[in-house]
Design a protein. Structure first.
Lengths: 385, 229
């Protein structure tokens, strides 16, 4: 009880110093959480990958397509449960800055492969019967104010021309980590149009999406598919969905690594600030520690005083920083929704913030507590605080 | 009570050995009031620290109540101090974040007393020093003399055998100094506490029963004092 009393009263003895230190920790923990959330948002595609989904693409580059005829051959493989196809459309909605993923898909198997995209049955039905229909994500619809029945014009870039679609469905994600910013339309509509306007580009598929029955068979199935198309004009590279997503991230890995490093540097900086605060406090109280030791209190008591105060200040700053992170992440996510469609404070980041605050409190107290505990009583009583 | 034979104390400063006390021979009887006087740097505070067990001699014999305290480990010495020594410092050394009550109660935390028992002891001690009505005040709300009286209450709370006082009136005005000295004198005369006091104050020294002079780390002489009744 006395120890706790001393710790609390000592921590708030210098209110300005403690307040500023706590403020520094709040900002550091908040910034750390925000940057880690940015890193998490980068990997959201990876984390939402399924272990029973494979992606087959052209082995040379994603830019090169695969023949439509591959679909039936892949479908016949043992262990292949479902197969769909998709082409990246890359059109422009009014302004180039209005970026969102647009995919021409083989709809029925696609939505079976991705049960996390939840489409109301009536809307799914309406979409299936309208060749120019599209299904958009809930967040995407919110951003542009789209409703069922709205006409959406897209200016083609990869596939030139003016394309028009009708919103027939709005999907919502199964959980908060599902991307609700995607735009899907019929692959057959794209292909039929290409047959008229650019026949040499018809019957070409960007990627195949394959559902397998057993996740353990992913490696073997991938190898068998690629072996089947080895030495053909369009050799394939089949990989798990996770590996496919990681491939995109690796292109921007340097940025992600830099953000990670900066987030940890922030914690190191605040650790130094906290250590300085504790060193100052311990130096000022040397005589008090010597008095306690003269009275019979041991070095462990003195050490506990310093550690306790450090952990209290760091804990307070950490708690307030975490509380501040929640609304800041929400606000940041709302502003950056086009870049980060899924922007959420994860339990892992929260745990890291708690850990960071504790580590700051512990490490900042090591040297001051050691010095305080080792102070010679006679020398400490002569100290001027 | 205190037996010192051939005591020396030196410190290392850089590569040099600095002698502080040389061949000190001294005895303090139980219930005695000894004042140590001497110029600055004579080693009187060092001698006091050695008797109090907050420093260790370089060589020699230092026995308190038959116990060779120089042979004790740091933790044993801390325990011993808690039970046997009451400290009265020049600058009081009260913890500023604790009230007068809590400061006096501090040494009792190292005993096995219950909270109720501690409360009773603290009340008694503060009444003895005449500060029962200020027990909830923080040191910053007390005068120098009052703070020193709280420190005295803290020093006697565990009923130690020896009170060591290092310039107890050094930071006080004349009136407060007089009150503190009267209190220390009472503790010696009425409660039989052994008091060893370092002082520059002739008036403080006049309260003692015996006076010892140090100079350059050497005990020069001792003289009994005819005390005012």
């Amino acid at each position: 009880m006395y120890l706790a009393k001393l710790i609390i009263r000592n921590a708030f003895r210098h209110k300005l110093r403690t307040s500023l230190t706590v403020l520094g920790i709040v900002i550091a923990v908040l910034a750390f959480g925000l940057l880690q959330t940015v890193v998490g948002a980068w990997y959201v595609g990876v984390e939402s990958s399924s272990s029973t989904r494979l992606v087959t693409r052209n082995a040379i580059s994603l830019v090169f397509p695969l023949p439509l005829t591959y679909q039936q051959r892949i479908r016949q493989f043992e262990g292949v449960r479902l197969i769909s196809r998709a082409n990246w459309f890359g059109g422009v909605y009014i302004d180039k800055r209005n970026f969102f993923p647009q995919l021409a898909i083989d709809a029925e198997p696609y939505f079976q492969l991705y049960p996390e995209f939840r489409v109301p049955p009536d809307q799914a039905k309406a979409f299936l019967v309208d060749r120019k229909g599209c299904i958009v994500g809930r967040k995407l619809a919110q951003i542009y104010g789209w409703k069922i029945g709205d006409s959406i014009p897209l200016r083609g870039t990869i596939f030139p021309g003016n394309w028009e679609f009708v919103v027939r469905g709005i999907y919502s994600g199964a959980d908060a980590r599902t991307d609700e910013s995607q735009f899907f339309f019929h692959w057959t509509f794209l292909n039929e149009t290409l047959k008229r306007t650019a026949p040499r580009r018809a019957n070409q598929v960007g990627i195949y999406l394959i559902g397998i029955a057993n996740a353990d068979a992913a490696a073997e199935t991938s190898q068998r598919i690629d072996k089947m198309f080895a030495n053909s004009l369009a050799e394939t590279l089949t990989e798990t969905e996770k590996a496919f997503q990681l491939g995109f991230i690796s292109m921007t890995e340097a940025i992600v690594v830099a953000i990670r490093i900066v987030s940890f540097v922030i914690i190191v900086i605040i650790m130094a600030v906290m250590a300085n605060t504790m060193a100052m406090s311990a130096r000022e109280r040397l005589r008090e520690y010597a008095t306690l030791k003269a009275l019979g209190f041991g070095p462990a008591f003195v050490r506990a005083l310093v550690f306790g105060e450090s952990l209290l200040i760091a804990g307070l700053g950490g708690a307030l920083g975490i509380l501040a992170t929640l609304p800041v992440v929400q606000a940041f996510g709302a502003v950056m929704v086009k870049l980060f469609p899924v922007f959420q404070l994860s339990a892992r980041t929260l745990a890291m913030q708690v850990g960071a605050a504790l580590v700051v409190g512990m490490i900042a107290a090591i040297v001051p507590s050691w010095r305080a505990a080792r102070v010679r009583v006679a020398d400490g009583l002569r100290a001027i605080g | 009570m205190v037996l010192i034979r051939g005591l020396t104390k030196s410190y290392r400063r850089g590569g040099q050995v600095v002698p502080v006390l040389t061949d000190i021979n001294l005895e303090v009887a139980a219930g005695e009031f000894l004042a140590l006087m001497g110029p600055s740097g004579s080693g009187k505070s060092t001698l006091l620290n050695l008797i109090a067990g907050i420093d260790k001699p370089t060589s020699g014999i230092l026995m308190v109540n038959g116990l060779d305290i120089a042979a004790l480990s740091e933790s044993e010495l801390a325990d011993w101090r808690a039970r046997n020594i009451g400290f009265i410092f020049q600058f009081y050394n009260l913890l500023p974040v604790l009230t007068a009550f809590e400061n006096v109660e501090l040494p009792l935390l190292l005993t096995g007393l219950s909270a109720r028992e501690r409360r009773e002891h603290v009340h008694t001690a503060l009444e003895m020093v005449g500060l029962a009505e200020r027990m909830l005040h923080y040191p910053s709300e007390l005068s120098g003399g009052q703070q020193q009286r709280v420190a005295i209450a803290r020093a006697i709370i565990t009923d130690p055998a020896i009170l060591v006082a290092d310039e107890p009136t050094g930071d006080l005005d004349r009136v407060s100094a007089g009150e503190v000295l009267t209190l220390i004198d009472r503790l010696n005369r009425e409660l039989g506490k052994t008091v060893v006091m370092v002082t520059h104050d002739q008036r403080a020294a006049g309260k003692a029963r015996r006076l010892a002079h140090l100079d350059k780390g050497v005990l020069l002489d001792e003289e009994p004092i005819t005390r005012e009744s």
